[in-house]
Design a protein around this ligand. Structure first.
Ligand code: FES
Length: 166
């Protein structure tokens, strides 16, 4: 067993864990943060993405023994709330990005890291980012996801409001 102190969605958590558990198991099964999804479970699809210390992280394959102590982790539950959604989440709805919805948390996490680091990406940069992150969607095709990310970026830059999106 190992002890980890982590800041998850802004809340400090002191956890006693099996070192072989994955971050996804801990988030979903111990902390009931089920927004991160297990798709492939092998690091290929990005459904399980969370942000750890500012980086997109595949929680399904990330063993707790590798998670740095005092890591700051953001799951989809920490991106926005029902009453105060993040612009990316509003754009995801407005552009019909979710059909089955299973990939949405992982895509939104990837999009957030992109826009936190590059507030004015081109469409090509958004497409390349999702390619690089290897996020997979089997329903929508990828155009709505790029449209939504571009619109969310405009909201985050203050060029339009979330209300303009809906
Ligand atoms: Fe983690 Fe597919 S579930 S990458």
């Amino acid at each position: 067993m190992i002890k980890k102190t982590l800041k998850i969605n802004g809340v400090e958590r002191i956890l006693i864990l099996d070192k072989d558990e994955t971050l996804a198991q801990v988030l979903r099964e111990h902390l009931l943060l089920t927004g991160c999804k297990i798709g492939c479970g092998e690091g290929h699809c990005g459904a399980c993405n969370v942000i750890m210390n500012g980086k997109v992280t595949r929680s399904c394959i990330y063993k707790m023994s590798r998670v740095p102590d005092n890591a700051e982790i953001t799951t989809i539950e920490g991106v926005g709330t029902i009453s105060d959604m993040h612009p990316i989440q509003v754009a995801w709805m407005a552009y019909g990005c979710a059909q089955c919805g299973f990939c949405s948390p992982g895509f939104i996490i990837s999009a957030k890291v992109l826009l936190d680091n590059n507030p004015s990406p081109t469409r090509e940069e958004v497409r390349d980012w999702f390619n690089k992150q290897r996020n997979l969607c089997r329903c929508t095709g990828y155009k709505p996801l790029i449209d939504a990310t571009m619109a969310a970026a405009a909201v985050m830059r203050g060029e339009m409001t979330k209300e303009d999106l809906v």
